[in-house]
Design a protein around this ligand. Structure first.
Ligand SMILES: [Zn+2]
Length: 641
């Protein structure tokens, strides 16, 4: 891949146009169709294109004081329900039920609000170009801050802790209850955000019960791909609300092991009102691949591999990482760590006592040459095809001390996170081009997800036996198939709620569900470079527009006395059409610019350049769209002399 030449810098004046549009800022009606952004972004089919483009044109044409502006409409987003009465247990998913990531649930009882997890989600370039990641919307918590008693963190994965540095201060930085490893991970991450308030962490043990506010809360251990994962049971006057966090069931040949049996039976023996459980792998039938099987497969590979072995995994898969290191030590192999997150998490694993390393097991990459290749195991980040992670850099020959050769074996010990398919494909292609022997989870049992599959989910659901059930954590297809599975497993359909983000679910008298017609704000907060805020629709839309149809800049000098142009206007465009082959259109555009400026300044005294600019961009946008069926961002720069 040759890097594209850097674009010439645009003239400085060209950036001053953002103020022209009326609808910037989060409170006006930026979301078309009352609050829901259509998924998928760009029009794909030939037919949808003009529709989208003309909508863009209409947006361009909207101006302050114009007929389409008027008073800002009250958005559905502004719904703020009153505090629930004593006979109501309220549940609100603020994030994580229409997506994988940005998990955050609210459970409210006895006048106490409890928050479950504070995750973030990496975003797609298509929907929100340039945005780093998105967070749950905490407006409900901000408005009811006086009742928020605690945040519970189920485990240390980023989709459960990633939002903490950005979100906690927005609703009063309440105490965070979590287990030791998660606490260490939260604090480690916090070091990267020294300006954010320090979290107030209460380290709890799984199995313990605490009274927080007026409510008894019980923490219990769950099996997942990271140690110290826990579920939480909140006691309400009508029974417990149980939230699992991410989980799976340890089993042997599809029979849950006795510890799982015991734990879930004990929970099920109580009076349970609502069960909220992980849906991530609900679309896969049967039971998950037991971690023991993965361990055996990995041991087999580590033992028998002839050349160097490179294992790509998630740094957050602690158990996996610790196992690989133990197996490597068993066969007297040296370990090379590549990637910051792996090094950080290894430090954490040692700190909390999950791992003790023999001296000399871990060696720097530069010393690899001192050992025979079959004594080397490289643990590398980037199994999801992340562009700048170690695996991709080695595979594309950009790594300073490691290059692959045809005696190397690469194992991708992780499944593909939805949305990463393309980048994983690129990674695989690059790996195979460098001649390595590639093993991945499809071709052998090197990965077991951390999430229960449908048969496990049905099993747990029966065990817990709550009156109501809500599938959580996952895209709609996942929560819906979770619901379907437990329904087929015998649960009555009217006891299941498939929630949307922002949905207010009141359980009245412990008997019936009252789902509010309106939703509380749930449009994502974004982290964009250094700023955090409501979805800055104007910025995102500009980026989408630039990405789709490019920009068209006009620079003209206007005589402020006569309103005439001093000379033919300059035109700069990027990403729109190839100007050299569009001379005819450009000449017409120049004539149109001249005519529009001179017509609109006629009789105007003094000349209002802002008005002229608006008229010019409307006219020009219309012209360009008619000629090209494209709606570039039109930026007129008028200099008065
Ligand atoms: Zn997880």
């Amino acid at each position: 891949m040759t890097p594209a030449p850097a674009p010439a810098p645009a003239p400085r004046e060209a950036s001053g146009d953002g103020e022209r549009r009326p609808d910037h800022g989060p409170r006006t009606n930026n979301f078309r169709d009352g609050g829901r952004r259509p998924r998928g972004g760009r029009g794909r089919g030939g037919n949808s294109r003009p529709g989208r483009a003309s909508r863009d044109i209409r947006r361009i044409l909207r101006r302050p004081g114009g007929p389409s502006s008027g008073a800002p409409q009250k958005r559905v987003e502004d719904y703020s329900p009153a505090a629930p009465t004593e006979n109501i247990v309220r549940v609100i998913p603020l994030g994580g039920v229409e997506e994988v990531g940005r998990n955050m649930f609210v459970v409210e009882t006895n006048g106490d609000i409890f928050v479950f997890d504070a995750g973030f989600q990496f975003t797609s370039e298509d929907e929100s170009p340039g945005v780093d990641y998105i967070l749950p919307n905490t407006r409900y918590l901000e408005e009811n801050q006086d009742r928020v008693r605690a945040v519970f963190i189920t485990h240390g994965h980023l989709d459960h802790i990633g939002g903490i540095p950005f979100l906690m201060a927005r609703f009063g930085n309440p105490p965070i209850y979590t287990q030791n490893l998660s606490a260490v991970m939260i604090m480690k991450r916090q070091e990267e955000y020294p300006d954010m308030p320090k979290p107030n962490i209460v380290v709890v043990e799984a199995g313990s019960t605490h009274t927080i506010g007026h409510t008894k809360v019980h923490f219990f251990p769950v099996t997942h791909s990271i140690p110290d994962s826990m579920g939480i049971s909140v006691e309400t006057p009508y029974g417990n609300v149980i939230v699992t966090g991410d989980l799976k069931v340890e089993h042997i040949d599809n029979v849950p092991v006795p510890e799982e049996e015991k734990k879930w039976s004990a929970l099920g023996a109580q009076n349970n009102l609502l069960f909220i459980a992980d849906s991530t792998s609900s679309e896969i039938d049967g039971f998950s691949v037991p971690e023991q099987k993965v361990r055996d497969t990995l041991e087999d590979i580590i033992k028998t591999v002839k050349g160097r072995l490179i294992i790509g995994t998630f740094a957050s898969q602690f158990d996996r990482m610790v196992n690989i290191i133990r197996i490597a030590e068993k066969y007297n192999k040296k370990i090379v760590m590549e990637g910051r997150s792996i090094k950080t998490n290894l430090e954490i694993a040692q700190k909390v006592g999950l791992l003790t390393l023999d001296k000399g097991t871990v060696i720097p990459a530069q010393e690899m040459g001192d050992y025979p290749p079959d004594k080397i195991v490289i643990l590398a980040t980037g199994a999801q095809g992340e562009e700048f992670a170690a695996l991709m850099r080695i595979a594309t020959k950009q790594h300073k001390s490691i290059t692959f050769n045809d005696r190397d074996t690469v194992v991708l010990s992780s499944s593909v996170i939805p949305g990463n398919e393309l980048s994983v494909q690129k990674l695989k292609d690059n790996l195979l081009r460098s001649g390595v022997n590639l093993l991945h989870y499809r071709s052998s049992d090197v990965h077991s997800g951390g999430h229960a599959r449908s048969a496990e989910l049905v099993w747990i659901n029966k065990k817990v036996n709550a009156k109501f059930f809500m599938p959580a954590y996952g895209y709609y297809s996942m929560t819906a198939s979770h619901a379907k599975a437990v329904e087929q497993g015998g649960r009555a359909k009217d006891t299941i709620v498939i929630a949307d983000n922002g949905m207010v679910i009141d359980i009245v008298d412990g008997e019936r569900l009252d789902i509010h017609k309106q939703k509380v704000p749930s449009s994502p907060l974004i982290v964009d470079g250094f700023s955090i805020g409501d979805m800055q629709e104007v910025v995102i839309r500009d980026r989408q527009m630039l990405a789709k149809d490019g920009m068209f800049v006009v620079i003209a000098t206007v005589n402020l006395k006569t309103g005439k142009l001093r000379k033919s206007p300059d035109i700069i465009s990027r990403g729109f059409v190839y100007l050299r082959e569009s001379q005819d259109m450009l000449n017409q555009a120049r004539l149109l610019i001249k005519k529009t400026v001179e017509d609109s300044t006629q009789g105007m005294n003094p000349i209002d350049l802002d008005y002229v600019k608006n008229t010019l961009s409307d006219t020009l946008a219309g012209f360009l769209f008619t000629r090209t069926n494209k709606a570039p961002m039109v930026i007129p720069v008028l200099i008065g002399v």
